[in-house]
Design a protein. Structure first.
Length: 296
């Protein structure tokens, strides 16, 4: 099943046709795209059997399929190829951080750049459908509502400023979490553990990887996270990025106003986000005593 959000309303998408959930269910399920996760099993049972007319889907109208989740988790250094390009050691445990929910945006929305050191990180994003608390790795996929495309856009100077890394701050500027264009249930994939993903800047491919290169798989991440805190329906997990980020290029390459960042995940679709100058661009973000991305 593939679901999306159009004009703020939940829709089931079948090919080039979209079905308004509230209308088709006669109000059994509402239009709120977040509320549906609290009734995910019932919704899936209903949606698998619907046979009603819809309306022509306009891909440009699709919005963030998971607006306003309660928790947004990120995972750093989670692809072997990314570890290699960084010259780092393979971690023994996942590097977990948070992205504040207000950074999330849609698949076609503009992204305001706050500085000249903003980087891209295409990611497979998992969305929780069933509350997960102390869930085993073997049972983890049953708690996933679906998968979508994400961009963990990052301001690299702020990420590494201060006495300890500020991952949550560097990754939470407005617009730094594009999601979409659809949420696709795991059963739609022949192997949800091996999916191609990548991104391009103005048509030039920057990242090209597969999720089979993940160090900590989606089920293992859910097991580890849920051992610490409950994962709630609608929660979002950015699972990590493959090699090809701008920071580790020589010289470093960063996003600039006017560029288009295109991100894709096989079987889901693509994001197309235009970069624009934010209100402080191009004011320097390097404060006295901080380091630059190249020093990390």
């Amino acid at each position: 099943m593939r679901i999306g959000v159009i004009d703020g309303r939940l829709a089931v998408v079948r090919g080039d046709v979209a079905v308004d959930v509230e209308v088709a269910s006669d109000g059994r399920f509402g239009a709120d795209p977040i509320a549906v996760f609290e009734r995910w099993r019932s919704f899936v049972d209903w949606a698998s059997g619907i046979d009603v007319d819809g309306f022509a889907l306009q891909p440009s109208k699709l919005q963030n399929p998971v607006p306003g989740p309660r928790q947004v988790f990120g995972v750093g250094a989670n692809y072997l190829s990314h570890i290699e390009e960084a010259g780092a050691k393979v971690p023994s445990a996942p590097l977990i951080f948070t992205k504040y929910p207000t950074c999330l945006t849609g698949p076609r929305d503009d992204v305001p750049l706050p500085s000249q050191t903003v980087d891209w990180e295409v990611e497979l994003v998992a969305v929780i459908g069933i509350r997960a608390e102390r869930v085993s790795e073997g049972a983890a996929w049953a708690h996933v509502a679906g998968l979508t495309v994400g961009q963990d856009i990052t301001e690299r100077v702020i990420q590494f400023s201060g006495p300890a890394p500020q991952f949550c701050m560097g990754k939470s500027f407005r617009g730094f979490g594009p999601l979409g264009p659809l949420l696709v249930t795991p059963d739609e994939f022949s192997d949800p553990g091996d999916i191609a993903l990548g991104c391009a800047v103005d048509g030039q491919t920057m990242q090209d990887g597969r999720t089979s290169d993940l160090i900590f798989s989606v089920p293992e991440l859910i097991a580890r996270l849920s051992a610490v805190c409950p994962l709630l329906p609608g929660d979002v997990i950015f699972t990590g990025t493959p090699a090809g980020v701008g920071m580790f290029r020589t010289p470093g390459v960063f996003l600039t106003p006017g560029q288009t960042l295109t991100s894709w995940v096989e079987g889901i679709g693509e994001l197309r986000n235009r970069m624009i100058a934010g209100p402080d661009y191009p004011a320097a973000t390097v404060a006295a005593g901080t380091t630059t991305p190249e020093e990390h």
